[in-house]
Design a protein around this ligand. Structure first.
Ligand SMILES: *[C@@H]1O[C@H](CO)[C@@H](O)[C@H](O)[C@H]1NC(C)=O
Ligand SMILES: *[C@@H]1O[C@H](CO)[C@@H](O)[C@H](O)[C@H]1NC(C)=O
Length: 283
């Protein structure tokens, strides 16, 4: 009898544990939203704008307003972007990424319609704030993404990866999304590769290595996303088609707003994202 009670208690425990695990994956803040494909693809444009402007400014000192003004659909110019002090090879790569982003925004705009470029904050201060939070310490002097290649790559590791997971969260089987995903995954792999090569280098003057930074940044993204571990540092990147790495729009906004709250804009999007999905969340 005692054994049976014990066994049923054990069974109950297993069932309880299982439902906790199941609840864990369907926590309200982690559920996929109900939205049509066009809205979801347009949502990803927010991240494309952020990447496009950050890459173009970093490489060239100018952005969409100079290079492809019609794509901005009248959205306000970004604040605080500037030409970064990059090694020639890195500058060429980043310029290429910027051109790819222009191509993405154009492709999405032609296929499902564009959205106005959201207000973006690309200032060194916005990156410093995010990086200090990620590193869980007030970095002094404040982190500046524009001063050298390592800092720029670390900053690229903070944001553009969200462009990739943003698409994985949509419908990967749509051919447009599939092709954009391929390019985003390629960019992510290149940035990871460049950082991985430099993993043991010190990020001056903080006395921490590149690997220290990337590990913390990954933890931080998981923390703000609040839906479990979806980011594992410089371990070879997730397969672009692996849904295990997908994030919902709300998770992405919690990260890029830096507030941990999709209803409360801030960080790189001081007035919030553009398009139906993002705007509904802060209204
Ligand atoms: C950009 O972010 C910095 C740091 O948080 C802030 O001081 C600045 O006012 C922001 N600029 C805009 C246009 O929101
Ligand atoms: C930085 O990385 C080294 C080597 O992996 C580790 O021993 C050290 O604890 C890390 N420091 C911080 C602050 O994370």
């Amino acid at each position: 009898m005692a054994t049976r009670t014990c066994f049923s208690t054990f069974l109950l425990l297993v069932v309880a544990l299982e439902s906790i695990i199941v609840m864990g994956i369907t926590l309200p803040q982690c559920r996929p939203i109900v939205a049509n494909d066009d809205d979801q693809i347009q949502f990803a444009l927010n991240m494309e704008f952020l990447e496009a402007e950050f890459f173009l400014f970093g490489a060239l000192g100018k952005g969409l307003d100079d290079l492809a003004p019609s794509l901005t659909q009248g959205g306000p110019p970004p604040s605080g972007g500037r030409r970064a002090n990059l090694e020639p090879m890195i500058r060429r790569i980043i310029e290429e990424f910027g051109s790819q982003e222009i191509g993405h925004i154009r492709a999405v705009t032609q296929s499902v319609g564009g959205i106005p470029r959201p207000q973006l904050n690309l200032s060194a201060e916005a990156f410093a704030a995010t990086m200090s939070r990620a590193m869980d310490t007030k970095l002094s002097p404040p982190f500046n993404p524009y001063v050298n290649s390592i800092n720029y790559l670390l900053a690229s590791y903070v944001i553009p990866y969200e462009g990739l997971v943003g698409y994985v969260g949509t419908i990967p089987s749509l051919s447009l999304v599939a092709s954009l995903l391929g390019v985003e995954a390629g960019q992510d792999a290149v940035i990871r590769g460049l950082l991985f090569e430099r993993g043991d280098e010190t990020v001056s003057p903080y006395g921490l290595t590149v690997a220290n930074f990337t590990n913390r940044i990954s933890e931080f993204r998981n923390q703000l996303g609040m839906c479990g571990v979806k980011d594992q540092g410089l371990i070879p990147s997730a397969d672009a088609n692996s849904l295990s790495y997908s994030r919902t729009p709300a998770e992405i906004l919690r990260i890029v707003y830096g507030t941990g709250n999709e209803h409360s804009p801030g960080g790189f999007f001081p007035r919030g994202g553009s398009g139906r999905i993002a705007m509904q969340m802060f209204q």
